[in-house]
Design a protein around this ligand. Structure first.
Ligand SMILES: CC(C)(COP(=O)(O)OP(=O)(O)OC[C@H]1O[C@@H](n2cnc3c(N)ncnc32)[C@H](O)[C@@H]1OP(=O)(O)O)[C@@H](O)C(=O)NCCC(=O)NCCS
Length: 138
């Protein structure tokens, strides 16, 4: 299986939005992803291809001066195949910081299980971002 991971370019945006199921509900996602690819607020976007097909992406931002995984998503048809784990491994391998933060809604047990499986520990919780669904920071 050939896997390629690289930084996203603006031509990747339509494909990224097809993976990002929230994009179906939120038009603002287009601006968020495009601006992140442009490097706005120090963000970067990485995309992962399997056999030449984009299957996952990740947006990396900043959290109190440390790298922060803002968003990661895998194409629903390619889930539970280790794709997100491969992308996170790539991000971790390129860290120049001694910490890497990530957050997920309390209700997102899949993402939270993924993080526990990779050894991430809970750092804290922020209420009132999404109604009745606290954001858990690891
Ligand atoms: C969360 C998400 C990125 C995981 O992507 P993925 O490529 O399927 O993840 P992986 O295959 O690398 O799974 C890694 C681990 O996550 C957990 N996991 C993944 N899918 C799971 C599922 N359906 N049920 C339970 N645990 C699951 C498991 O611990 C898994 O390890 P294992 O397969 O060895 O048991 C994907 O489900 C997704 O895109 N979700 C929608 C967007 C989202 O919620 N993003 C996270 C918030 S930023």
């Amino acid at each position: 299986m050939s896997v390629e991971i690289r930084f996203a370019t603006l031509t990747d945006v339509p494909e990224i939005l097809r993976i990002d199921t929230i994009a179906e509900r939120e038009e603002r996602r287009y601006d968020y992803i495009s601006n992140a690819i442009r490097g706005e607020m120090g963000r970067t976007v990485k995309v992962l291809f399997v056999e030449g097909r984009m299957t996952a992406f990740a947006v990396i931002g900043e959290f109190f001066g440390h790298p922060f995984l803002e968003l990661i998503a895998t194409n629903p048809s390619y889930r539970r195949m280790g794709i997100a784990s491969a992308l996170i491994s790539n991000l971790e391998a390129e860290l120049v910081d001694d910490r890497f933060f990530v957050s997920a809604n309390e209700s997102n047990t899949v993402m939270r299980d993924l993080l526990v499986g990779r050894g991430y520990r809970i750092t804290g919780m922020v209420e009132n971002l999404d109604p009745d669904d606290p954001e858990i920071f690891s």
